[in-house]
Ligand binder design. Structure first.
Ligand code: NCD
Length: 312
């Protein structure tokens, strides 16, 4: 197994074989997590601090559970986004925490690049739990594991990523990961929610759901990130649902066995029909949550091995 990294900041820095290493190890943790004794001691004696400068339910809970199941001492810092003024404040916080000798720092921040900056200032391993519109590597990894388990492979699949691509770090990390694994990626959404120069990422762009969903194996829906919009991106939620919300009719254009994904939190009736989200024959949304814990255990395990060995 090769994974010579000190931090997990983005998918950008990972090679395909390193992605596979994380996913393979995560499979072992899926088994552990499904058993009666969910405990291992690979992080015993290590301190994990979760710093979330932006709201989170599942990601923070997932990292907390992952650390606890691996035996780490886990602390959650309640960081209010409003009390953080970027730059100096963030670095000061990092240095303060650094003085407490954490081994793993899990950070979510509203500004793209903030987690990379922080990683340069501390001597522990840093895991990016989402920075602005930039990256959300563990989300892309858990999505990849979910896809690999459902489809039996993670290459040469046709995958649609739909909705608010422009504001989505989930989309960005997934585009990078799925591209590295040689899949066909179709982005579907209104032109106002497409990042500029997206064609350079080796993807196809559509503004019509039926056209874009034709024969895809995977349909990944994204939340409308209203908190990152300053108005004018969509005419109305009703109109948006009509054109881009995933319903049975639009899903009918995908392959018969296409799976439906969503990173959560979901806006039912805005980007996805509630019945589709709950359809156990199509939706793997709950499985994504399950894979999240396993993938985070795998990532922290690998980083801790490097810490202990003084590698990377
Ligand atoms: C995503 C995020 O925070 O980037 N959520 C998550 O991590 N599960 C997506 C979102 O907020 O829409």
């Amino acid at each position: 197994m090769t994974f010579a990294h000190r931090h997990l900041l983005g998918i950008e820095q990972l090679r395909p074989d390193e992605i596979t290493t994380i996913l393979d190890l995560a499979e072992d943790y899926v088994t552990l997590n499904r058993g009666p004794n969910k405990h291992s001691d690979v992080l015993a004696g290590l301190t994990q601090i979760n710093m979330f400068f932006e709201n989170s339910t599942r990601t923070q809970a997932s990292f907390e559970l992952a650390g606890k199941r691996l035996g780490a001492d886990v602390m959650n810092m309640a960081m209010q986004a409003s009390s953080v003024k970027k730059g100096e404040t963030l670095i000061d916080t990092a240095l303060t925490l650094n003085a407490m000798h954490p081994d793993l720092l899990v950070v979510r921040h509203p500004h793209s690049g903030a987690v990379d900056l922080l990683a340069q200032k501390v001597n522990c391993a840093v895991l990016n739990a989402g920075d602005g519109r930039h990256e959300h590597p563990t989300q892309a990894l858990l999505d990849a594991l979910t896809i690999r388990r459902a489809k039996g492979r993670l290459h040469r699949l046709s995958i649609a990523i739909c909705g608010d691509i422009a504001h989505s770090r989930v989309a960005r990390s997934n585009i990078i990961l799925l591209g590295k694994m040689e899949n066909r990626i179709k982005l579907i959404g209104p032109p106002t929610l497409m990042p500029s120069e997206i064609e350079h990422f080796g993807v196809e762009v559509y503004d019509d759901m039926k056209e874009g969903l034709e024969d895809v194996d995977v349909v990944m829906m994204l939340r409308l990130q209203k908190e990152r919009m300053d108005g004018g991106f969509i005419p109305s939620e009703r109109e948006y649902y009509h054109r881009f919300g995933l319903d049975a009719e639009k899903l009918g254009h995908a392959k018969d066995d296409a799976i439906v994904m969503h990173p959560g939190p979901m806006n039912r009736g805005v980007e996805i029909d509630g019945d589709i989200a709950d359809d156990i024959n199509r939706s793997v949304i709950q499985e994504q949550v399950e894979m999240g814990v396993a993938v985070r255990m795998a990532a922290m395990d690998l980083l801790a091995r490097n810490l202990k060995a003084g590698r990377a």
